[in-house]
Design a protein around this ligand. Structure first.
Ligand code: FE2
Length: 512
């Protein structure tokens, strides 16, 4: 029902629908587009345009009365909106915090467009977006930026400022778009409140704090984004319906519903992705002509609880001797999503098969005299599921599979084998993990232990923040790890920490 209402709202004819819905056409005394504009879901003939009306974005309701508001959108081939103009009107509803998602179809493939919104006398910033190449096209290249983990309190968004100035096809953001929690030891600029959000209004305010950052707005306005989430959009280390103990189970699920709705309201997603209660379909598939196929996966909503925890609670811990880690039915994606991804990979005809997923897939446990220690929240905590996925890639004889991850706050390049760290087990896929935009990484001492214990890891540095820039053609994928010191200051600039190349037909990153 909620989805049907959303669809009707977006495509409703105005002014009849506006009048019927009691829509207002207010005059604003301050800018209603404080949170900027964004686009996403780049397809061969469509994109989604996003904005939210919020003249006072940290206030409940964004400073608007709880009535629908009529908003105009425009999209054109040039910044002056003189060529190929398309426009329409939608109703921003209070139930969705006056956020709007406008799917615009019948567009040319592989083309840049410009877009903006208008309400009353106010005009938004102009955004730039891009459609994907046609399904059967042979594009020369794909330029993709990989980013994750932008703790607002822990640093400025110099990485987004740099990204906003680049010529990119798409930004792939793989999680921790907001953070629920604070760490007073690393406080550069505070969240709007110190408490963790629990209610819908509180999650909206948290998203607004992040979206008020002008560098983040610039990066959204410059490129279409493809997104998936990790844990901090709800609570650290949650697992499906399990929280980490600060709330009773039923309250955790209600809070997850609020967090998912606020996420839906603030990212450029399709209207059909509107959550129903605490359920929201986020995993998705994109194509870039015949050059690349990209799957984004959801590693939180359907996962098994972390192994060897107190019954009924989630949370990542260091585990030494935990037999549950080896139980084959345990899954990070849930078995249905695992099958969907495995079948998609096995039947893909595209040259490069990219998987955008939240965390590091290559092994990162530590060898100790008492045995190997693994962190139970990451893929090491779901080793049978990892093995199933990589065995499926090996069995299908797939070439050129690249896992693109985040979460661990370090730039990583790694080999992926069915048997991790076993030289006799062939490398079947490549992994690139981006460092965080701003969130702190583990200590260099811990990093050194991880590197020493895991020969599959070819590069790992946790001391710098940044993003990865990947450019691929049919012969190779080149990746530049851009970085700056922690904490990221307002005037920070980035440098190249490392360069990697993956040659078509040869799994495993090489120094570039
Ligand atoms: Fe993170």
């Amino acid at each position: 029902m909620a989805v049907a209402l959303a669809a009707r709202r977006v495509f409703a004819a105005v002014p009849d629908a506006a009048a019927a819905a009691g829509a207002t056409r207010p005059r604003f005394t301050s800018n209603p587009f404080t949170l900027g504009v964004a686009s996403g879901q780049p397809r061969p003939h469509s994109v989604v345009l996003w904005t939210r009306l919020a003249p006072q974005p940290l206030q409940p309701g964004g400073g608007l009365d709880p009535v629908p508001v009529e908003v105009r959108w425009q999209l054109a081939e040039d910044r002056l909106f003189s060529r190929g103009l398309r426009e329409g009107t939608v109703l921003a509803q209070a139930a969705l915090a006056h956020s709007e998602r406008v799917p615009v179809g019948s567009l040319d493939s592989a083309r840049a467009y410009h877009y903006r919104f208008m309400v009353g006398d106010a005009v938004s910033a102009t955004g730039r977006t891009r459609t994907a190449p046609a399904e059967d096209a042979q594009p020369a290249r794909l330029r993709l930026a990989l980013a994750s983990c932008q703790h607002y309190e822990q640093g400025h968004y110099a990485a987004h400022r740099e990204l906003a100035g680049l010529d990119l096809d798409v930004v792939l953001f793989v999680g921790d778009y907001i953070y629920d929690s604070s760490n007073p030891r690393y406080l550069i600029r505070p969240h709007e409140v110190a408490e963790k959000p629990r209610t819908l209004d509180a999650f909206r305010a948290r998203h607004a704090t992040y979206k008020l950052d002008l560098d983040l707005q610039a990066c959204h306005a410059a490129h279409p984004w493809i997104v998936t989430w990790d844990d901090h959009e709800v609570r650290n280390d949650y697992a499906a319906a399990l929280g980490t103990g600060d709330l009773p189970a039923h309250e955790f699920v209600a809070m997850r519903a609020a967090a998912y709705q606020a996420y839906f309201e603030h990212l450029p997603l399709l209207p059909a992705q509107q959550p129903a209660g605490a359920a929201m379909r986020l995993h998705d598939r994109f194509t870039w002509g015949q050059l690349a196929e990209l799957w984004t996966v959801d590693a939180r909503q359907y996962r098994s609880g972390q192994a060897c925890n107190e019954p009924g609670t989630a949370g990542g811990h260091l585990q030494w001797h935990c037999a549950e880690l080896r139980q084959p039915q345990r899954s990070m994606l849930g078995l249905a999503q695992e099958r969907w991804l495995g079948q998609g990979l096995a039947t893909s005809t595209r040259a490069w098969k990219l998987v955008g997923q939240a965390t590091q897939m290559s092994p990162c446990g530590i060898d100790t005299p008492a045995g190997r220690v693994v962190y139970s929240d990451g893929w090491d905590g779901y080793a049978p599921a990892r093995q199933r996925l990589l065995q499926g890639i090996a069995d299908a004889g797939l070439r050129d599979v690249v896992m693109l991850g985040g979460d661990v706050h370090r730039h990583v390049a790694a080999n992926l084998r069915v048997q991790p760290n076993e030289a006799r087990s062939p490398v079947v896929a490549s992994e690139l993990v981006t460092s965080s935009i701003s969130s702190r990484g583990v200590s260099e001492a811990a990093m050194a232990l991880i590197r020493r214990s895991n020969p599959d890891i070819l590069h790992a540095r946790s001391d710098e923040r940044g993003y990865m820039l990947c450019e691929l053609d049919k012969h190779s994928l080149h990746c530049i790890a851009r970085a700056t010191a922690f904490p990221v200051t307002a005037r920070a600039s980035l440098h190249t920490q490392a360069v990697f190349a993956i040659e078509s037909g040869r799994a495993g990153p090489q120094p570039g």
